[in-house]
Design a binder for this molecule. Sequence first.
Ligand code: FNR
Length: 366
Amino acid sequence: EELTLIRKFEHIEHCLNRNVQAHVSNGFEDVHFVHMSLPEIDKDEIDLSVEFLGRRFDYPIFIAGMTGGTKGSQLAGRINKTLAKAAQELNIPMGVGSQRAMIRKPETWESYYVRDVAPDVFLVGNLGAPQFSETIPERYGLEEALKAVETIQADALAIHMNPLQESVQPEGDTHYRGVLKALAELKAEFPYPIIAKETGAGVSKEVAIRLESIGIDAIDVGGLGGTSWSAVEYYRAKNEIGKALALRFWDWGIKTAISVAEVRYSTDLPIIATGGMRDGITMAKALAMGATFAGVALPLLRPAVKGDVEGVIKILRRYIEEIRNAMFLVGAKNMEELRKVPLVITGFTREWLEQRIDLREYLRHR
Ligand code: FNR
């Protein structure tokens, strides 16, 4: 148990002090808007709001889950409350980090609890997919899922899929047998929406189709090109073999831009485009490709650790203004129109997608 808590703390430390990002891009440099000299809209009439799981949000940005349950619950609690205040102020959704520590040590619940500072925020709890595997005797089920959501008064539950991270970490949970069936059973009884999220290696169309078939409500593609969990584990590795393995898989995965297209083409599920989203033009591209939100984690960690709510809001407002400006320059006054603007896809992303989906068809209906 202690191990889980210490591990979380180490992750945050490495994310703050080292380069933990993929060496490759998230693919959006291959996606191009076509500039429009006659936008035929006024910039100040642009509506950035989106609908998701029955709620309306003011901006298409999602604060991705990062933490909870750290030792003493001071650091994690501060991070979550700081992010929550910003999310409350902007009316955007947010997630907390894995609640595994809370399931094991219920007294850490306060480090995930943000309702006191963010009464209206759309809050997403978080549990790991391997915990539902049939291989482990003490596997999670309905009880743990309800506990995760209800203890912190969340509105939905994210199940994170992280086989990459688990596979390169010495104490990793590499049990994934029976997870899909367990999630199907959970979904049948669980009264809250479930978001399946990757954590930096992307979701393929094959996985997306399976998730949709069992009734999962949304997908956070968590693609390659931002925070690399293999990188984080590289710094944590204690021996040469561990370091070599994590280094080899540093850039493993499906790029975020590609994953958005695959999931959008093959399912009707709402999409959160997370993974290396660092500016509003990139975010606008993801939204034009069919995502409902752009998700962000790492850039918000630094101000959040300091309890700097204004710092978090400042970063988010920069993204918002950049999204708005991009929308003006392609003549889109809302998200529906943004999905219909022409896009040109080039390079590696085009080559990949031409082998995986009907690219023309996708670009017509995204
Ligand atoms: C994460 N992420 C994460 N995801 C999850 O489902 N459960 C978790 O506990 C965590 N913990 C966590 C800690 C820290 C410090 C970071 C930076 C990230 C993954 C996160 O939600 C997101 O999918 C990835 O970080 C990719 O987004 P960025 O960081 O490239 O914007």
